[in-house]
Design a protein around this ligand. Structure first.
Ligand code: OXD
Length: 309
């Protein structure tokens, strides 16, 4: 079996080793410019579009990250014909849930305000917030979003979920796009974004949608920078509508050194680390999916390019 690896990050050789380890019989090669030789499977992440050209024998392409937006953006030029699969969870869901839970607790226990008070040497107890008074909304209920929503609900929070078509999840009030958006947002104290990046979700977090949240709300963005209208978010922070934003993803990454998010007193910036891809777990998942394809069994996680995820 021929496996083509096209990984445009410094972890390329770690990926090669991990894939060779879980598929010891396979011939694993790194893609190089001009390589249009046959391959059974292509494993790609942040790759050159030329690696995605149709090639003889290709049975599937695996995207080695959570979001498929960058891969799908390259497709119109290259028209890869094989089915595309995304990573499903592979250790990312728990990391996302940890990040979201940290942000929610940071907000609920008013740690940002206490940090600022401490910097001034000010000893003052602020009013406490309680779970029952602070509904949380999770936008995007794919495998990561659903896990985050379930984790927060299991922590005793009142959780709402929003997705393209209305899902049923025990203990979570769910809403479908687009008609349910306003009811979903109404009075939320925390908005956690885990939407896929599509034309429909572009700029969805904007002045209009932020206005529906409770006053002093918090936004946690774990999905893509393109979901957020940055100027509207800054206005909402400056006007006090938002008390806090915890942002892991940005329209342009790395975030420009002069960007106001860096120094905003109510923004916490992290460098796209909310869920780091676990290479060994992910390689194992890809190997299991390859085994299923080879055996003619059904495989989950197939990307629908027309939906954008
Ligand atoms: C992503 C990832 O898709 O880091 O953002 O996996």
């Amino acid at each position: 079996m021929d496996i083509l690896m096209a990984v445009g990050t410094p972890h390329a050789s770690r990926w090669m080793q991990a894939v060779q380890c879980v598929l010891p019989e396979a011939h694993v090669r790194a893609w190089r410019q001009g390589d249009d030789e046959p391959a059974d499977y292509a494993l790609v992440w942040k790759c050159d579009a030329a690696a995605l050209k149709p090639r003889a024998g290709l049975k599937a392409v695996f995207n080695l990250g959570a979001g498929v937006d960058a891969l799908l953006a390259m497709l119109p030029g290259v028209l890869v014909e094989a089915p595309i699969y995304r990573l499903e969870d592979a250790g990312m869901a728990q990391q996302m849930a940890d990040y979201a839970r940290y942000g929610v607790l940071h907000h609920m226990r008013r740690f940002e305000a206490y940090r600022q008070q401490a910097a001034r040497g000010e000893w003052k107890a602020l009013d406490a917030m309680h779970r029952r008074d602070m509904p949380i909304g999770v936008m995007g209920l794919g495998s990561l979003g659903e896990h985050v929503a379930r984790t927060l609900a299991a922590d005793g929070f009142i959780v709402r979920g929003y997705s393209r078509s209305t899902k049923t999840i025990d203990g979570i009030q769910t809403f479908g796009s687009p008609d349910g958006l306003d009811a979903f947002l109404e009075g939320l104290h925390v908005l956690v974004n885990l939407l896929p990046a599509t034309a429909d979700t572009h700029g969805l977090i904007n002045a209009r949608t932020l206005a529906r949240l409770a006053d002093n709300a918090c936004v946690i963005n774990l999905a893509r920078g393109m979901h957020v209208h940055e100027a509207d978010l800054l206005d909402a922070l400056d006007s006090g509508k938002l008390a806090f934003a915890m942002l892991d993803v940005f329209t342009h990454e790395p975030l420009d050194a002069a960007h106001p998010f860096w120094r905003h007193p109510r923004v916490m910036v992290t460098p796209h680390i909310s869920a780091v891809t676990l290479i060994d777990d992910s390689a194992r998942q890809v190997a299991d999916k390859i085994a299923a394809i080879e055996a003619g069994r059904a495989v989950t996680g197939r990307v629908d390019p027309s939906r954008g995820y």
